[in-house]
Design a protein around this ligand. Sequence first.
Ligand code: SAH
Length: 534
Amino acid sequence: MVIDKKIRETDMEQQGKVWLAGAGPGDVGLLTIKTRKIMEEADTIVYDALVSTEILSLIPDEKEMIDVGKRQGNHPVPQKEINQILLEKAMEGKKVLRLKGGDPFVFGRGGEEAEVLAEHGILFEVVPGVTSAAAVPAYAGIPVTHRDYTSSFHVITGHPRKDGSSRIDYPALVSLKGTLVFLMGITSLGKICRGLMDAGMDPDTMAAVIAKGTTAGQKNVVSTLEHLEDEVLLSGIGTPALVVVGSVCSLAGRFVWRAALPLNGKQIVVTRPRENPGHLAGWLRTLGAQVIEMPTIRTKVISPNERLCEVMKKFGTCADQEWLVFTSVIGVRVFFQELKHLKIDLRQLLGGPADIKIAAIGAATERELAGTGIFADVVPEIFNAESLGTCIAEKAAPGSHIVIVRAEQGSPELLPPLARKRLAVEDIPLYTTVYTGNDAVTGRVKHLLENGEIDIVTFTSASTVRGFMASFEESGFENMCAVCIGEQTKREAERCMKTSDERNALQILTAEEASEEGILQTICDHFLQNTKRE
Ligand code: SAH
């Protein structure tokens, strides 16, 4: 109990507290476990423009999100105002996550924020993050130190003073002979290169500029100090970007590990129901893609469910053969959750005189059922509602009683094959799907869509398509490809996304097998084909 009390005190359930935390340079895999945990527990998240969309997409919907990276005319919120927000929210008793790109104390103004909090007696913790200064060169194959090349590395701000003058002591830097990493230096790139050369650095020293490091948009330019600026200008490389100067840059061409991943440089939006994260995002990341997880629908469970109660109480006593039909993983979960609420014992459910058969729409639903100790009798070869209906109609004994437990907006295609065989069907809604979205993520994704920076959006049901469209109706989808789990989802995507003008023209693909594995396969084939064509 003492421990319990201590944890509660430290956690400050009653009082406000601020976590000054780093989100890393972009890749979601570089987020620390500690920051990830606070993302779940905080009430308010105050975040910068440098925090990647991929990371924002992990934050639960109900959080208060304050974007201090951009406001009116793309100007960031002034530091004074940010300090004020942190103080106010903490004083209201909120748990505040101040989320910054990279590490909060490496040119992140975390020190200034800590000062203000300390001054006002606000509790705070610092959660260091993976700084871009080391991680971004690493993703370009550049180790910031290497025994054979250099024995130190130095991180320098390239940001000039307000009057435009430089604060950099070039002769001192050159004499260090270490790797130099300039943050915020891209606009002063020419001045930096010249400053170093004027101070005696060899113009042939290798150097690099890396933009949008660790994200799908990463671009590297590796050159010599003398030619770096020209090559950067030619490349049209974007921001944020950092500059690395030192002989270690020569290793970039040898350590090409990131670009070797098959889906490197691809940005993929995975839409899904909030309650069912699935495995697809993880698989895609392993293959090198940047994945924005975007729940577009949420399930609202119908509870108490009187109809379900009524039908389940007499289940197994209505006909010689009775079927229980599941059409989604969520359906299986909700069904058993509701049985628990209704206090219906499995022995009662399955112990009636009837011959009981269980059907599942596909492999994932079958697996979920197996987890509860029930092995489905019927899973159609093609995982869709129509095939499921046909399969049951073929296998069911005449006069069977079929109970379907599924979403209120369940696919109508399931019913005609059953009706043709004159089977008695009870279609019981367990949940409804409602559209959902996180404004912080939606805004960013809209922008990415408009810039043609999203390569693929995946859809695992017709309702995820509708949920997506509810957020992005007005957006253009050029360069984008939609990958759908099956024919029905594809039809919905065609209906919703191909109706307007040319601008919205997009490619729609359907997975051969209606499963997450099938979607993954389709994505890999799609890029492989495109690579061949290029
Ligand atoms: N606290 C951050 C740095 C903030 S200063 C950290 O520890 O990484 C902002 C500068 O960091 C940018 O101007 C750029 O130079 C660099 N930077 C941050 N993220 C970057 C990224 N993903 N790719 C390239 N440079 C990045």
